[in-house]
Structures are given as C-alpha cells and as structure tokens.
Design a protein around this ligand. Structure first.
Ligand code: SF4
Length: 304
C-alpha cells in the first residue's frame, strides 16, 4: 500500500531533519566545538546555510547536557536592495538574541575592486574583520560559521588545482590573529540536504549577490566538476570529505609531515645526499657521483 504524498513528504522531511541534527551533533562532539559555558556567536548571512546552522544549534541547545549561549550576529553591508527588516523579523519570531551590525563594506569593495572582477574575496575579508572585532568586544568564546561539507571539498580542490597544496577548510580552527576559535558545525552536512531543509522550513533567504558580484570562475568550475562527478558516481563528494579525516602522512610526500629521511637511515645524512640535492659543484668526479646515486638508492658499489 503506498503512502499518501503528504505523509510521504513528512516522513522524508523527518528523516532529513534527524540526519542533519545527528551530523551537527557528531561534528560538535568529534571536534569538541562547544563546551559548557561557551558564548557562541552564530554568523548569519541570510543564506540557507547560516539559517540552517542557527536552527539546528538552537534545537541542540534546548536538549544538550551542557549550557551554552547562542547569539545570532549579522552584518548589514549596505548592499543595494538589502531589506533591513527580513532578518530581525525572523529572529524575533525564533526568539533568539541577536545583533545587527552595520558597516558599508559595499562602497569600499566597489571602490577598490576593478569593474568586472569578483568582489567576494575582499567583501568576505571585510565582513570577517567586522564580525571578529565584534566577537572580541563582546566576549564570545566561539564563532560559528555555516560552511558545510561541500564547501570544504570545493576548497580542497581549489587549493589542489590552483595553489598546489593539500589543504581544505577545517571544522575547527584558530583565527590568524590567534584571538578566536572558529567552528563549522555543518562540516558533515551535504549542501543538498541543507538546501532541502531550508526550503521546507521556508527561511526568508536573502541572496548574497545583491551586489551583482559572482563567485569566482574557479570555484564555479569546481562546483560543476563535483556535481558532474556526483551525478555519475554518487558518493564521491562524501568519500572525498572522508579522506580528509583519514590522512596518512607516510603515504604522501610531505617531508615536514613525515620524516622520510630518517626512514631506514643508517647514520648522519651523507655527502651523497647533499650532492644529489645540488649542493656540490659540477666538478664532482665520476666515481663520487656513482657512489652518491648508489647510496641514495640504497645500493652498495663495488670497487672495479
Ligand atoms: S556576492 Fe556580494 S555580498 Fe556576497 S560575498 Fe560576494 S561581494 Fe560579498
């Protein structure tokens, strides 16, 4: 017997809701994101991700065995077309304490970034600066951001393809100035799940591109690549994310992360290694070169 469409949709939503709550709870526990007595500033952009973050954190706060404070903080960047009442109305309805900061970063970005170039990099930096300053002034112990699993995987590929490094976006980090602990409780959540949840909850989404800017072409290309992979091979994004939680330094090639030199070494670093690294002159004689190559490859050279 098939379920009525409404009942089926309700069951699906309940499953989605439970999954998101479980994933957020798991990420918080795995990375010790929130502790008893924390004062958490939840950064709210007005997009689907930060609305979902706040919503799930409030649910967990109501049930958690530890006591922590949540305050939603939003920065009005004075973009054209911005509706100042949307967020306060929503937050008052939810019953969460909130602060709306105001700073005209829009004019700054418009002035500094050449026409036609993406403004998101500078805009995000200015926004981050304003929010972090607020966190310092008001004694917040944690700053919660709405980045999710797909953001983390996209960032990893951006770093891989364009910056030759294996780095992503950590679920928890210390800000560059060492003054803040930033947490990403949605780190285990899929973007599609968040989008579905936000649509079902009818959050009053405020588009981030009021300013007319677009995310960079590089990020767009990575998003398209991942979407195509996921369509052809479902589970690939999740597998990539899980790989970030299971790093094997000895299976990579980073000498800072794993001491390959010490591996099987029988003594001090030999001159042969220095020569191979280009530290000897071109005049080095043939026998010495042969010995160096052999030493580096672990072979013994027999005198002719
Ligand atoms: S789309 Fe506009 S508001 Fe959003 S980050 Fe980019 S520049 Fe800033």
């Amino acid at each position: 017997m098939s379920l009525e469409p409404n009942r089926k949709a309700e069951l699906e939503f309940n499953k989605l809701h439970k999954r998101l709550r479980r994933q957020v709870g798991q990420a918080i526990a795995d990375y010790a994101m929130i502790e008893d007595g924390d004062k958490v500033m939840v950064c709210l952009s007005g997009g689907k991700d930060s609305y979902t973050l706040l919503d799930i954190l409030l649910q967990l706060q109501a049930k958690a065995p530890v006591r922590f404070e949540l305050v939603a903080v939003h920065l009005d960047q004075k973009q054209p077309g911005y509706s100042p009442e949307i967020l306060p109305d929503h937050l008052r309805g939810v019953g969460v304490p909130f602060t709306i900061l105001e700073q005209d970063t829009y004019s700054v970005v418009k002035r500094v970034v050449p026409e036609g170039k993406t403004m998101c990099g500078l805009c995000s930096r200015l926004r981050r600066g304003a929010l972090y300053t607020h966190a310092s002034l008001h004694g917040f112990t944690k700053i919660a951001l709405g980045h999710h699993r797909d953001d983390i995987v996209e960032t990893m590929f951006l770093n891989l393809f364009h910056h030759s490094k294996l780095a992503a976006m950590p679920p928890k980090l210390q800000s560059d100035d060492g003054r803040h602990i930033v947490i990403r409780p949605l780190a285990y959540c899929a973007e599609d799940d968040i989008a579905e949840y936000a649509a079902a909850k009818r959050f009053p989404i405020m588009p981030c591109n009021l300013c007319g800017s677009q995310e960079t072409l590089q990020r767009k290309a990575i998003k398209a690549m991942l979407a195509e992979w996921e369509r052809k091979h479902p589970g690939r994004i999740e597998n990539t994310f899980r790989a970030l939680t299971d790093v094997r330094p000895s299976q990579l090639a980073d000498r800072q992360l794993f001491d390959f030199v010490a591996l099987g070494a029988r003594g001090e670093r030999s001159d042969a290694h220095a020569w191979l690294a280009g530290e000897a002159s071109e005049e080095t004689d043939r026998p010495a070169r042969a010995a160096a190559v052999a030493a580096a490859s672990g072979l013994d050279i027999l005198e002719a």
